[in-house]
Design a protein around this ligand. Structure first.
Ligand SMILES: NC(=O)c1ccc[n+]([C@@H]2O[C@H](COP(=O)([O-])OP(=O)(O)OC[C@H]3O[C@@H](n4cnc5c(N)ncnc54)[C@H](OP(=O)(O)O)[C@@H]3O)[C@@H](O)[C@H]2O)c1
Length: 257
């Protein structure tokens, strides 16, 4: 059982559900997010379940603040599970054919560079201790890119590759790395995704599946199977079939405040 767990993006959706899932007596949770009220509410729920919490109001793009928080937390509570979950969805707006350049840059900065910085802030200490598990939250879009969110797809594909490569690099040091590839999960993120959400599951169900995959040290934790299996075979399917098959999941993004 993990004792010292850090979750980024803990103020909402999957991250909040993971925080509540792991909250119990004997567990210290490092919770990172940007919104003080929502992060505080998640921390209060975790405390009520018996966990100790340390909150970090950090924007992942502030590498010094991110590294500072994680180093300080790790020095006091050696991290045995890090879940790099924070991320944003952005892409094509309702009135556009493609996403714009600023959107693309911001999404890659947060989803890929932010997650890579998160990993590197903790990996050296885990390697030294020869112990620890890092879960990087990617997406099924990593396997099956979305025409309505190219940068999101690229950021998640980059994270999938990064995590799989790094897993192989540190496996002999007993540090474990898994990449999580969810399909549609109910959250503020899916509220901004205007389109169909087939086989959508709750954030609580996603948290349970992520924990089960981590417990089995799976390299890739993909779900639900109804979307994971088609995503795995999609690179081998002729393009015209993919275009027809994915017509029903075209979408646009409603900007969030
Ligand atoms: N929901 C889905 O269907 C789905 C599917 C596949 C993959 N995923 C992935 O799952 C992860 C969690 O998504 P979710 O659905 O739970 O979304 P969400 O409800 O929108 O939560 C996103 C979390 O990331 C945090 N975050 C965003 N940008 C940040 C930044 N620059 N610095 C620090 N924290 C930041 C948010 O913090 P604040 O709110 O405090 O700003 C929030 O806690 C993401 O990586 C997402 O790409 C989600």
């Amino acid at each position: 059982m993990f004792q010292n767990i850090v979750i980024t993006g803990a103020s909402s959706g999957i991250g909040a559900a993971l925080a509540k899932f792991y909250a119990r007596p004997g567990v210290t949770l490092g919770l990172i997010g940007r919104d003080p009220a929502r992060l505080g509410a998640v921390a209060a729920a975790a405390k009520a379940a018996g966990a100790v919490t340390v909150e970090g109001l950090v924007d992942l793009r502030d590498r010094a603040a991110l590294t500072g928080f994680l180093s300080e937390f790790d020095a006091a509570h050696p991290i045995d599970l890090l879940i790099a979950n924070a991320g944003v969805l952005d892409g094509r707006r309702a009135d556009a054919v493609v996403e714009d350049a600023d959107v693309a840059r911001r999404v890659i900065e947060i989803n890929l560079l932010g997650a890579v910085d998160t990993l590197h802030a903790v990996l050296p200490a885990m390697r030294q201790r020869r112990r620890g598990h890092i879960a990087l939250v990617s997406s099924l879009a990593a396997l099956s890119p979305l025409p309505d969110a190219p940068a999101y797809s690229a950021s998640k594909a980059g994270l999938l590759s990064y995590g799989r490569a790094m897993r192989a690099a540190v496996a002999h040091e007993n540090v474990r790395i898994s990449v999580v590839c969810p399909g549609y999960v109910t959250s503020a993120m899916t509220d901004s995704h205007i389109g169909n959400h087939p086989h959508k599951i709750s954030a609580e169900a996603a948290a349970r599946l992520i924990d089960a995959g981590i417990a089995r040290n799976k390299p890739v934790i993909g779900f639900p199977w109804q979307l994971y299996i088609p995503s795995l075979i999609s690179p081998f399917v002729p393009e015209f079939i993919t275009r027809i098959a994915t017509k029903g999941i075209r979408f646009h993004v409603k900007p969030r405040d």
